[in-house]
Design a protein around this ligand. Structure first.
Ligand code: HEC
Length: 154
């Protein structure tokens, strides 16, 4: 019964997020909802395993927490690193790779129909960029918040 409740709660969060932006394609909304549901399950496990320490939480995903994560700076060897360094502070804008200087299409699904159309590709990108920035994969909680944020961006 508890599991059912949790599943229903997760469904409501997902359904609300999907309504936040109307101009994303059916495929994008399907992939992003699948990501959210997967991360929600993993976030529960992480929270148990890490006993609430670090970048985990048992709170529902939050677009605002996701926005802060996107803008957060990590200083390493006196350089500042942030997701927005390559993707800009605004996910609706075209980014620029800090090293190769190549243009990066917007991350916001409302502005880029190619984004979030492939579950595995998202996971690969997440892992790569999280390793670049944090020298670890991001937690499911961080990823879920970030996806919620991108879904809310018009
Ligand atoms: C050094 C530059 C750089 C940094 C820093 C960076 N990214 Fe990226 N990111 C890219 C590039 C380049 C792409 C485009 C890859 C593509 O289109 O295949 C991308 C694409 C993505 C995608 C696209 C997924 C999809 O399916 O289209 C996600 C999600 C993402 N980044 C998340 C992040 C997060 C979260 C951070 C911060 C932890 C971050 N990135 C930091 C360069 C960067």
């Amino acid at each position: 019964m508890r599991t059912l409740h949790l599943l229903f709660a997760a469904f409501c969060v997902v359904a609300n997020a999907a309504h936040a932006v109307s101009n994303i394609s059916a495929t994008q909304s399907e992939v992003m909802n699948k990501l959210l549901a997967t991360y929600a399950e993993s976030a529960k496990v992480e929270f148990k395993e890490q006993n609430g320490r670090g970048a985990v939480s048992d709170k529902p995903f939050s677009a605002e927490v996701g926005r802060k994560f996107f803008l957060a700076r990590r200083t390493w060897q006196s350089h500042d690193y942030t997701c927005s360094g390559c993707h800009t502070n605004d996910p609706t804008k075209v980014g620029r790779h800090i090293e190769t200087k190549k243009a990066i299409d917007p991350l916001a699904p409302s502005k880029n129909a190619e984004r979030f159309t492939n579950f595995e590709k998202v996971e690969t990108n997440f892992k790569k960029h999280c390793l670049d920035l944090y020298e670890r994969d991001c937690t499911a909680y961080e990823k879920g918040n970030f996806i919620s944020y991108l879904m809310s961006v018009k």
